[in-house]
Design a binder for this molecule. Structure first.
Ligand SMILES: [Zn+2]
Length: 514
């Protein structure tokens, strides 16, 4: 009676152990030979009937029962690195590795529940960091469906396991950093995907505290509306008047450098739902506005990776968090509010609330912490989406060196930026109302007038009277276009992107290395 169940358990246990899954990027012109018995990628690849033109990078083929040694259920996914891989430049190569690994992982993922919980061995030798990034990004698929239980359910008591786990054929530090980069981006994606009833300002701060639990050299402070009122954050609080959800102002302090080393400040727009307020948005597509906290999500996620990597910088992250709803006390078009720095602001359109919450956060961040560099990230304007779509993220900055550093980081991670004009000549569009500033400047160059609006609240952003460089380097990053991907790539599904998390981490990594 006792024997049969024990044997059955042993059998299933041994078959689980024996089944192996391999993900192997392959340069069709020069296939490498990983040290896996019974696996010859070149031979496998040549067994597929040749097409008239070489396959694109990321094109994958799955082979079942390969390698033949061991278990018959072994699976090997080969993916092409594309034509002429060896001659490509470093940044291009990295992206080809991401496409190939991502393409192969997607195929394995799509095999179904039979592979759930399996360990996948990845040949990461072409670029361990990029391979780890692609594997973990490609695996990501947000869902709150209940069968099988979703790992994304914030109410779940036990974390359900990831569908697949990855390990490189040869472990390396670069692989480990890639895992941290990708997990950070996936966290930002999750925060953006989760609906607004689940990620309220309060829930956002709780989740961030959970994510940072046990990470050294980090202090997290959650400020409430009374604190913001005492600071004079009237433009921030004016937005919060329209909802009954309490606003929060989250501060993350990471100390990775000497105590007195001048910090870097990140500011992230944290509108957990943007209805537009009294200037109500059209209902079609409004659910996308659950992601209007993408700035807050990406700067917090980047900070988590920066702290986990123990990068040698001091970083302060500030995120004003609120909903923008048309409640009975909501801002009304034409209202005039005095911001924390004393400037008067006319609220001509209550849907231009992002710059209202950011203006106080930028002034608080720049005047209190006196950073060398301050960067805000925000899903700010539809005009940004119109200008650059979902390919490039727009950057407005007073500093050529900061632009060049962001540009480099974005190219390395293929999370790319494009420099936009920060130009006083757009000023008349926002300086001509009854207040110092108007929160809309009309349709032309809407992303440029938004950037110029924010500049008025960054302390130390102007050149000194003697022409010396400004005290602070500032960049405004508008992610309204890149917050969502409507077309998949080999390593990223459609949906909230979590961009530019990886570019920000890479920027800080290089900053710390100076
Ligand atoms: Zn809005």
């Amino acid at each position: 009676m006792l024997v049969a169940p024990v044997r059955r358990r042993l059998l299933s246990h041994s078959s689980l152990r024996a089944m192996s899954i391999y993900v192997l990027p392959i340069d069709p012109a020069a296939p490498s030979r990983p040290a896996v018995p019974g696996l010859d990628p070149a031979k496998l690849w040549s067994s597929v009937p040749a097409a008239p033109k070489p396959p694109n990078a990321g094109t994958a083929r799955v082979f079942y029962g390969v390698p033949a040694a061991g278990d018959a259920s072994n699976v090997t996914a080969l993916a092409s690195l594309g034509d002429g891989f060896a001659a490509k430049r470093a940044n291009e190569k990295r992206e080809l590795v991401r496409k190939a690994v991502g393409g192969a992982v997607k195929h394995v993922r799509d095999i179904g529940e039979g592979v759930d919980g399996r360990l996948v061995s990845v040949d990461a030798s072409a670029d361990p960091h990029a391979a780890a990034v692609a594997a973990h990004l490609a695996l990501y698929k947000f869902t709150l469906k209940t069968s099988p239980p979703s790992a994304f359910n914030p109410a779940a008591k036990d974390a359900s396991p990831e569908k697949l786990a990855f390990k490189p054929l040869t472990d390396s530090n670069e692989w480990q950093t890639g895992v941290i980069y990708a997990r950070a981006q996936n966290l930002a994606r999750t925060l953006m995907e989760l609906p607004a009833n689940m990620i309220t300002p309060t829930a956002f701060t709780e989740r961030i505290k959970q994510e940072f639990a046990g990470v050294p050299n980090v202090e997290i402070i959650v400020r409430d509306a009374a604190w913001a009122a005492e600071k004079g954050m009237r433009t921030f609080l004016s937005v919060a008047k329209g909802t009954s959800e309490p606003p929060k102002f989250l501060e993350i302090h990471y100390k990775g450098a000497a105590k007195d080393a001048q910090p870097l400040v990140f500011v992230g727009k944290g509108i957990t739902f943007d209805s537009g307020g009294i200037s109500l948005k059209p209902s079609a597509g409004m659910k996308l506005m659950r992601g209007d906290m993408g700035g807050a999500a990406t700067v917090c996620a980047a900070a988590l990776a920066i702290a986990q990597l123990k990068l040698p910088v001091n970083l302060v992250v500030l995120t004003p968090l609120t909903e923008n709803l048309p409640g009975p006390s909501a801002n009304k078009p034409g209202d005039i509010v005095y911001a924390m720095n004393g400037k008067s602001v006319e609220i001509d359109n209550t849907d231009a609330e992002g710059r209202l919450v950011l203006s106080d956060a930028l002034y608080y961040g720049s005047s209190t912490f006196k950073p060398h560099t301050i960067i805000d990230v925000a899903t700010l304007t539809g005009a940004m989406d119109t200008a650059l779509g979902e390919i490039y993220t727009g950057v407005f900055t007073n500093s050529d060196s900061l632009w060049s550093e962001l540009d480099t980081a974005g190219k390395i991670e293929f999370d790319r930026f494009w420099r936009m004009p920060l130009e006083e000549d757009y000023g008349p569009q926002i300086y001509s109302s009854n207040a110092d500033l108007c929160n809309t400047g009309g349709k032309p160059a809407g992303c440029c007038t938004a950037a110029l609006f924010l500049k008025s609240f960054v302390d130390g952003v102007e050149p000194a009277a003697d022409g010396a460089a400004p005290a602070r380097r500032w960049a405004h990053i508008d992610i309204a276009g890149t917050m969502e991907a409507t077309r998949p790539t080999p390593y990223q599904e459609t949906g909230m992107t979590g961009r530019p998390t990886r570019a920000l981490i890479e920027f800080v990594k290089r900053l710390g290395a100076h």
